[in-house]
Design a protein around this ligand. Structure first.
Ligand code: NAP
Ligand code: HSE
Length: 429
């Protein structure tokens, strides 16, 4: 077969990784699939930038890449949701399969894009958008397709996991750990997407689409990042037998509701996910037939992302050569809705900063009792100065609205020195 022409729209951190990895991958794709890929056009924003290893001079007009007759597959690597949407739409109109690593595009504009692609019969491949080198979307779409998925947990932002690991293991500060993640090519061009949990929420939305055929309306997905995570909570969690990870949760609630959220979460220190360090990601899910399944692997960086992009390119080339169908997106999620945040049921960690005086613990415990929230552990560390002391509660499962009501009632008491800190707890049982 003649080589298949690919056009890159964007050639930054991820695109240059793809360019660097293509020659060796081409040898394997040729040997295994009888497919050879060739970069025939590249668009970038700044033509004056030095770029190593590009086989052809880039252009500044991405439309020229898509309309180039030698380009058969379009690879969108711009990021963002505006130009990237136009690129995707143009590739679909031109009938050229699209390969993308862009989770923001899929999560925020998938509702518009996917029907366009389906109507035109043009496949979109996006394995690289979730969990880097772990082929988890393919596993959901194919290997687990006959399972009812009972729930899924994911550590799906490499940058945050890298920062949290450096902070927990080396006592590193937040800023230098983030800087290192940027230098290693893990972080988004706008690193607030990582740190504020938005990137993980994009991926959680895509996982929900694959798991339940339902792409949640993105603005309604509850998201909290790691920016305001305090070292003392990491330490108290450890004393209670837990590790804090930025965790995505995707699970069905009854027949027609789903819970999708991202937040710093206490997970048991003995669970295998707690041992997922650095840039590694993990997705842990339970199928009704498969039982628990766990994937781990590198979640970010040019090489791990190239692994997924090149696999997708191989599939897209086979689609063109063999007329094989594009990736199937599960249907059947039309009636599913997100639960209201207050209806979420789970365990919580709550730290109050209170006056160090007799009777405080009893008052707070009384308020939790009134809301019918059980207490499983209390931590009141010794050795705190002045008249303020942290008082940490690990609670039994409760509805989030009841928890919020109880915490608000405690905060009204004159014994508080600072706002309470609430964190989720997932026992991953
Ligand atoms: P990046 O380094 O910022 O690269 C973006 C590229 O797009 C640059 O080459 C830029 O040109 C070009 N570009 C931007 N606007 C353009 C326009 N209007 N016309 C033509 N070219 C334009 O981003 P990245 O880190 O490679 O990320 C790319 C995508 O991969 C994002 O969707 C990201 O979320 C996703 N992703 C990243 C990772 C990772 O580990 N970093 C992993 C998985 C997925 P210049 O080079 O001239 O600036
Ligand atoms: N910025 C993302 C992360 C890249 O750190 O996980 C991989 O999607």
């Amino acid at each position: 077969m003649d080589k298949v022409g690919i056009g890159l729209v964007g050639c930054g951190t991820v695109g240059s990784g793809l360019v660097r990895n293509l020659p060796e991958a081409n040898r394997l794709l040729q040997q295994r699939l009888g497919i050879g890929l060739e970069i025939r056009a590249v668009a970038v924003r700044d033509l004056a930038k030095q770029r190593e290893g590009l086989p052809i001079p880039p252009v500044a007009d991405w439309k020229a890449v898509i309309s180039n007759p030698a380009v058969q597959i379009v690879v969108e690597l711009l990021g963002g949701t505006k130009d990237s949407f136009e690129v995707a739409k143009a590739a679909i109109s031109a009938g050229k399969p699209l390969v993308t690593a862009n989770k923001a595009l899929l999560a925020e504009r998938g509702q518009e894009l996917i029907p366009l692609a389906q109507k035109a019969g043009v496949p979109i491949y996006f394995e690289a958008s979730v969990a880097g080198g772990i082929p988890v979307l393919k596993a959901l779409r194919e290997g687990l397709v006959a399972n009812q998925l009972l729930g899924l947990h994911g550590i799906i932002n490499g940058t945050c996991n890298y920062i949290l690991s450096r902070m927990a293991e080396e006592g590193s500060d937040f800023a230098p750990a983030l800087q290192q993640a940027k230098e290693l090519g893990y972080a988004e061009a706008d690193d607030r997407l990582d740190v504020d949990g938005i990137d993980a929420a994009h991926k959680a939305a895509i996982l929900c689409l694959l798991a339940y055929g339902f792409l949640p309306p993105f603005p309604k997905v509850p998201v909290e990042g790691i920016r305001s995570l305090a070292a003392q909570d990491v330490s108290f969690a450890r004393q209670l037998g837990y590790t804090i990870k930025l965790l995505a949760v995707v699970r069905p609630v009854g027949a027609d509701r789903a819970e999708v959220r991202v937040s710093p979460t206490l997970i048991p220190a003995r669970h295998p996910m707690a041992a997922v360090h650095g840039v590694f990601n993990a997705v842990s899910l339970v199928g009704n037939l498969s039982g628990p399944v766990q994937f781990t692997g590198r979640g970010a960086g040019p090489d791990a992302t190239s692994s997924a992009l090149l696999a997708d390119l191989g599939e897209a080339a086979r689609h063109l050569r063999d007329k094989s169908p594009g990736p199937v997106l599960p249907a059947g999620g039309d009636k599913i809705r997100l639960i209201e945040p207050g209806d979420s049921v789970g365990r919580f960690y709550v730290r109050f900063d209170v006056r160090d005086q007799p009777g405080v613990l009893a008052q707070i415990a009384g308020i939790f009792g009134t809301e019918k929230i059980g207490i499983s552990s209390v931590l009141q560390p010794e050795g705190h100065g002045a008249d303020s002391v942290p008082l940490v509660f690990l609670l039994e499962p409760a509805k989030e609205s009841s928890l919020q009501k109880a915490v608000a009632a405690v905060q009204k008491l004159p014994l508080n020195r600072a706002p309470a800190r609430i964190l989720r707890v997932e026992d991953l049982a």
